[in-house]
Write a protein that binds this ligand. Structure first.
Ligand code: RP5
Length: 168
């Protein structure tokens, strides 16, 4: 396991189908900032810009990306198509929709055929997608793994503070 990596470029590619997904997908960027992971973030639509999707996923490895976080809503084909094109791990974020509350997005993303997995988080679960991306990278980076471990210890402390308040 490597001790540390300070790469020149981004390791995580955050993509989303529309700028309307940005308020949710920003949460993935925020936690990656907190954990000190370099990322890039852009809009790639499976339906409106299919060639851009192909090019993005096809060049992801050579551009230095190691994990892709893809958010989409409705007929949410972006994560699955990215996973079909790149060998990198893809984490899918189902975006909550007004018509079907994101259940459409969730089912579109999670129900992948055998051989082409997408690691699907909860509806609007972009924060967890960012943490999971950091954990994947951290499995080969002890410094980053320790940051994730500290993050989890902090979560525990926050809960225990509330327990102490409640119990007096
Ligand atoms: C999907 O369609 C996007 O990911 C977005 O969640 C949804 C609606 O897109 P807009 O019509 O708001 O651009 O492709």
């Amino acid at each position: 396991m490597s001790q540390s990596k300070q790469p020149a470029g981004p390791l995580v590619g955050i993509i989303m189908g529309s700028d309307s997904d940005l308020p949710v997908m920003r949460e993935a960027a925020a936690i990656l900032d907190e954990l000190g992971v370099a990322y890039e973030m852009t809009i790639v639509s499976a339906h409106r810009t299919p060639q851009r999707l192909y090019d993005y996923a096809q060049t992801a490895v050579e551009r230095g990306l190691r994990v892709i976080v893809a958010g989409a809503g409705g007929a949410a084909h972006l994560p699955g198509m990215a996973a079909a094109i790149t060998p990198l791990p893809v984490i899918g974020v189902p975006i909550k929709t007004s018509a079907l509350s994101g259940q459409d997005s969730l089912l579109s993303i999670v129900q992948m055929p055998a051989g082409v997995p997408v690691a699907t988080v909860a509806i609007n679960g972009a924060k967890n997608a960012g943490i999971l991306a950091a954990q994947i990278l951290g499995s080969a980076d002890t410094v980053l793994l320790e940051r994730v471990a500290q993050y989890k210890r902090d979560l525990e402390s926050m809960v225990m503070d509330k327990v102490a308040l409640l119990e007096g």
